[in-house]
Design a protein around this ligand. Structure first.
Ligand code: CA
Length: 192
């Protein structure tokens, strides 16, 4: 009887304990689902809310071919007009390792960037895009490579990358394709 009584006495407590545990687990599960959902929503929102954070920002470059083609042309929002391009000075070699052609964009504030897109206007016989280049972001007092590309043959280059927080970026080209100059109709830095 005693054993029977104890069994009867403890069973409801155990059930109650399990009940509380289930409730607690459900609360944690619900919190995790909500937190995950909010996180995913923010990430997704950030992804879809990206825009060109380089537009009309301050730029500088290693050189210009002449004053008609300043680096500001590469961030004026026009990637099609031949008058709206940055053109570097010519280098008498396709290997620009010793004197890279580069453009640097001061974003004006910190952004989370997730991709770039640039147009070289290269089409038909014209192939003036950078073949070897790095796209870098400034952070922790130094430049870090976000994209390192060799053998690029795309007139329009587009690349997504994991989010990087920065207020300054640059494209540094160390090799060209057909001529010793870099021309860039437009470069977009996608971020939020
Ligand atoms: Ca332009």
């Amino acid at each position: 009887m005693l054993r029977h009584s104890k069994t009867r006495a403890t069973a409801p407590d155990d059930e109650a304990g399990h009940g509380i545990g289930r409730v607690t687990r459900r609360i944690f599960l619900l919190a995790a689902v909500v937190a995950g959902g909010v996180g995913a929503w923010l990430a997704l929102g950030g992804y879809f809310m990206t825009h060109n954070v380089a537009l009309y920002k301050t730029v500088r470059a290693d050189s210009i071919y002449d004053e008609r083609y300043p680096p500001q042309n590469a961030v004026d929002g026009d990637h099609a007009n031949i008058e709206s391009r940055w053109l570097s000075a010519r280098t008498n070699s396709l290997d620009w390792t010793s004197t890279p052609h580069w453009i640097e964009i001061d974003l004006g504030q910190a952004y989370t960037i997730t991709g770039i897109r640039f147009w070289t206007g290269a089409h038909g016989e014209y192939k003036w895009q950078p073949s070897d280049f790095v796209f870098q972001a400034f952070g922790d007092g130094d430049w870090m490579d976000v994209i390192s590309e060799t053998g690029n043959d795309n007139a329009v280059f587009e690349r997504k990358f994991p989010p990087v927080e920065t207020d300054r970026v640059r494209l540094v080209a160390t090799r060209g394709t057909d001529i010793g100059a870099l021309r860039l109709y437009e470069i977009e830095v996608l971020g939020y």
